[in-house]
Design a protein. Structure first.
Length: 102
C-alpha cells in the first residue's frame, strides 16, 4: 500500500515539477501533462518541442535510474488539425493510444 504513495511523491519531484520548469523555460507553445501514478501523457502545441522534450526527459529520468517504457513511448500527432494535416500530406488517419485502458 505504501509503494504507490511513495512512487507518486517521488514522481512529483522527478517529473511533475521538472515538466513545469521545462514548460516555463523551454517551450514557446502550449504543453500539458496528465499523469496518474506512473502513467502519463504529455501534449505539445509544436512537434519540434515534443522531440526536444523526449530527449530531455530521457536524460532527466536517467539521473534517477528511471527510464521510459520503449513500447509505450512514442510521438503521435493529435488535435483539431491532425486529420487535416495528415490528409494534406497524403497520410492515413492519425494514430490513437490507450491511456489507463481508455
Amino acid at each position: 500500500m505504501i509503494s504507490p504513495l511513495l512512487a507518486n511523491i517521488y514522481l512529483h519531484y522527478v517529473l511533475d515539477l521538472w515538466v513545469n520548469h521545462w514548460r516555463d523555460t523551454k517551450a514557446s507553445g502550449d504543453v500539458m501533462i496528465v499523469r496518474y501514478a506512473d502513467d502519463f501523457v504529455i501534449g505539445f502545441q509544436h512537434r519540434h518541442e515534443a522531440e526536444t522534450f523526449i530527449v530531455d526527459l530521457q536524460q532527466r529520468l536517467a539521473k534517477f535510474a528511471l527510464s521510459l517504457h520503449p513500447e509505450k513511448t512514442r510521438l503521435i500527432e493529435f488535435g483539431r488539425f491532425a486529420v487535416q494535416n495528415r490528409k494534406k500530406e497524403g497520410r492515413g488517419k492519425p494514430e490513437t493510444f490507450d491511456f489507463l485502458g481508455f
